[in-house]
Design a protein around this ligand. Sequence first.
Ligand code: ZN
Length: 149
Amino acid sequence: MTKQEAIINRRIDQALMKYAAPYLAGQPCRVKFRKPAAKGFNASVHNSLDGIPEVNLTPDMDPERTLKSYLHELGHVRAGHLDKAGKMHDMPPDSNPVYWNNINWQNEAQADAWRDQWLKYGRKHAKAADTETQGILYALVDYYKTKTN
Ligand SMILES: [Zn+2]
């Protein structure tokens, strides 16, 4: 893959992650490639003011880490963790301190379980594609499209 192709594929990965998010989350869900407001974190999810969950992903992470973080954050949405959470402003990146004793480790384990399950299915059924991320996400979108029809 040339450098140019890698740059283009990164953009395709990002577009596909935005497209696939509502299928995986099971509800409307946005993805933005920006550093989260949560200080020191590379990925996060929160309810926007309009009530739609929004995943934030640091743009310059390597593809595998990006995909794993993306699936973990969507796992929180799929597991219903945001249903009771308040709505948040779009705060500046790295501006909101997170306290370790406020982290719900049971929820984190549930989000990890969704991530691992999606990764396992996606790798097993991956479609021919230019990147691993694309192959996995095409397989997962196909799964949810046929499941809900
Ligand atoms: Zn988490």
